[in-house]
Design a protein around this ligand. Structure first.
Ligand code: G4P
Length: 524
């Protein structure tokens, strides 16, 4: 835990959700509390969406989706909040996974009517890999929602995490009366308003006051439910939350700004300040005096007039100061940054200093790669930026013989940015691009044409999974590679990857080669 107050007061987190669960709406409301936008949610989200999310690339403007990740920061009471935005479209899930390596905690938004959805499940798996503390916000309670107890069961079962409600809804949809704040013991009555933050009513639930507020039958029901909650769910322990084992649950309606302040107030209090980060060599504590950080995201074309990129650096320890020489560990070179930036949606300002927990933008002309480490001289390598086995694969071919070089350079740089994964088939030398969704192929093609004047062509390739393989038995590894030589590839780091064309083939391989480990992520 950090002892430096500047670091201690920082809360760096991401809001994650299945598309349409209400991530944008919740982000807007949080920005509202931070004074970053003045219009309470009254304005339809499309308008604020432009403020709340970045839409730097042409392609995302055309498609109306947020492809890139941006950072929003604001002060709330004594806290400095950094929200890392993640792409809304699930084809860019890999980008979201990487962003999760730069946060200290997450808020998961779940649609109260839909419960846990595919993307929620996948994102939670990534959180679990890193024991990231999780708070859950059940949204859209102003609409007919599932029974709250069923929702809690579903969360526990589907997300494999213990839950503990800290607020409790009184009905939902047209009958929605509000939420009872279990840890503050007060009632927050719902008024369907996007502008007025409702007042809290202090109520002793065992008095008639509760009956007067919500009617006797609902009051009795609430008393019964609260008793049940106390009986079923152990008391909330911050320690378990911080270990990523227990998720506190809040209910509300982001669109109506209801239940959001409770969430934020509890969040700033319990969410972790910057946590220690594991490097290959050692664990780095945030309050170490010397600056260290790593690049988790590179974004191109923020300003279409200047074709430069911005590398997003998460500061892991100490203080970053402008114009100070820092070591780019992979290059073994010292670099100075004269215009590091911090972000507020589309606004970015040059900063003189930043602390552990902060995300800074560093102008980049191809010097950075995802995962690069910056230090004051120590040879550190931060880990924890896994690649996941892609879901879709295609051969990439040159469609303009005059532009071979441009294509190679474009592919190289786009892969450095982490747009997709590149494998080279060891049998035929062909390049294979692996993605999470179809949209990524379109983005690659578009960007190769627009930024590198190169043309590519896709050729179909039907694969089930790419698995990183390793073994303590070199002879077995060699024999496997010989047997599967048509399906062996190398990733960009030169590691062996097995391209399984069906689930059955993979299963057989696992059975026949017991001493080989097949990994579905590059971090093992
Ligand atoms: P996302 O970023 O997770 O994709 O979700 P977003 O906030 O954009 O919300 C998705 C849709 O759900 C939006 O409606 C939004 O207004 C609605 N929504 C969000 N929170 C609530 C809530 O608490 N209650 C209700 N009833 N609806 C909510 P839309 O029609 O798709 O877009 P828009 O026209 O409202 O912008």
């Amino acid at each position: 835990m950090a002892s430096n107050n500047e670091i201690e007061r920082r809360r760096t987190f991401a809001i994650i959700a299945h598309p349409d669960a209400g991530k944008t709406s919740l982000t807007e409301k949080l920005l509202l509390f931070g004074g970053q936008i003045q219009v309470a949610g009254a304005v339809k989200s499309n308008k604020i969406k432009k403020t709340a999310t970045s839409d730097w690339m042409d392609i995302e403007k055309q498609r109306g989706i947020s492809v890139t990740t941006s950072v929003m920061e604001f002060d709330y009471h004594d806290y400095k909040i950094n929200i890392l935005d993640t792409p809304g479209h699930q084809d860019f899930a890999e980008d979201t996974y990487r962003t999760l390596t730069a946060v200290d905690s997450v808020i998961i938004v779940v649609d109260g009517a839909k419960g846990v959805e595919t993307q929620t499940r996948k994102l939670m798996e990534v959180c679990r890999m890193r024991n990231t503390p999780v708070i859950i916000f059940i949204n859209k309670m102003d609409r007919e929602a599932k029974d709250p107890f069923d929702l809690l069961d579903e969360l526990e079962e589907e997300l494999s995490i213990h839950v503990r409600p800290l607020t409790w809804p009184i009905e939902s949809g047209a009958r929605f009366k509000g939420v009872y704040n279990i840890y503050e013991h007060n009632l927050n009555l719902y008024q369907p308003s996007k502008q007025v933050v409702t007042e809290k009513v202090e109520v002793d639930i065992n008095t008639e006051e509760l009956d007067n507020q919500i009617g006797s039958s609902l009051a009795d029901k609430l008393r019964g439910e609260l008793e049940l909650i106390d009986g079923v769910y152990p008391e909330f322990q911050v320690g378990e939350y911080l270990k990523g084992e227990l998720a506190p649950v809040f209910f509300g309606s982001a669109l109506n700004n209801f239940g959001v302040q409770e969430l934020l107030d509890c969040f700033v209090e319990i969410a972790p300040s910057p946590r220690p980060v594991k490097a290959e060599e050692r664990e780095v504590e945030p309050d170490e005096p010397k600056f260290t950080g790593f690049i988790f995201k590179i974004t191109a074309n923020i300003d279409p007039n200047h074709r430069s990129c911005i590398a997003f650096c998460k500061i892991c320890s100490g203080k970053f100061t402008r114009n100070t020489p820092y070591l780019h560990v992979r290059h073994g070179k010292t670099m100075r940054f004269s215009s590091p930036t911090q972000f507020m949606a589309q606004r970015k300002t040059t900063i003189d200093e930043a602390w552990a927990g902060d995300i800074i933008g560093l102008p980049d002309n191809g010097t950075f790669k995802i995962g690069d480490t910056l230090t004051e001289g120590e040879m550190l390598h931060f880990r924890g930026l896994p690649s996941f086995s892609p879901e879709m694969f295609k051969y990439i071919e040159n469609a303009d013989p005059m532009k071979q070089k441009q294509l190679a350079k474009g592919i190289d740089q786009l892969m450095d940015e982490g747009v997709a994964q590149l494998f080279v088939n060891q049998f035929n030398g062909r390049k294979i691009i692996g993605t999470v969704g179809q949209l990524q192929f379109e983005v690659i093609q578009y960007r190769l044409e627009n930024e590198y004047s190169a043309k590519c062509r896709w050729e179909p390739l039907s694969l089930y999974k790419a698995c990183w393989i390793e073994s303590d038995d070199p002879a077995e590894l060699e024999s496997f590679k010989k047997r599967k030589y048509q399906y062996m590839a190398k990733d960009r780091e030169g590691r062996d990857v097995f391209l399984a064309d069906s689930g059955y083939v993979l299963q057989m391989a696992q059975m026949d080669f017991k001493n080989i480990k097949f990994h579905f992520t590059s971090e093992f």
